[in-house]
Design a protein around this ligand. Sequence first.
Ligand SMILES: [Zn+2]
Ligand SMILES: [Zn+2]
Length: 198
Amino acid sequence: MNALRYPLLRGLAKLCSDSCSEDLESLAREAEELESLASKLPQPRLEPGGGAPLASRVSNLDELLSVAGEVTGSMELARYLVARRIYLDLRAHAPRPKGARCSVCGSTPRLITLSRVNQGIFDGYTPTARCACGMEWRVDEWECPSCGSRGRGFFNIYIVQPGVLEVRECRSCGYRLVVTSVRPRQVEVLLVTMLLGG
Ligand SMILES: [Zn+2]
Ligand SMILES: [Zn+2]
């Protein structure tokens, strides 16, 4: 497994069954191809207004979904592809992120990255949600994106790779998140979303 190219893949392999972990790298390569397909979709057309998420203001959403469905043969991948295209084309128009939902595609994130920041004599961490579409925004790392429960005590924590990757599961609603100190590649964000969301 190419740990330099895909820093999260080894940890993610532990989240799925043996057969899945063997396939994960080829799945990652297929996901890279999806990335090039996103640019082949029709251009999303944005209606004026300020509503969130951005995708709700795209007037040709049905057309985009139908083309993406033909290209991928899967509704799940089609939705991803369309969200990705909208992010790539229109992210400059996205409303200011507020709360847990993505202001581009409306999804709840499955991945939070903790990046180290220097705060004087203490080192701290900035938790950033990373949506499958590509959008990133600051979040409260101990707030469940799904039900809003807040606090460390609300989460079961499974250390997958110490210091690199852990899975947190909300005790109230069962929502699962990957929290990582590594900056993931786009395809890894997609794989996390598929592994935890399915
Ligand atoms: Zn999104
Ligand atoms: Zn929850």
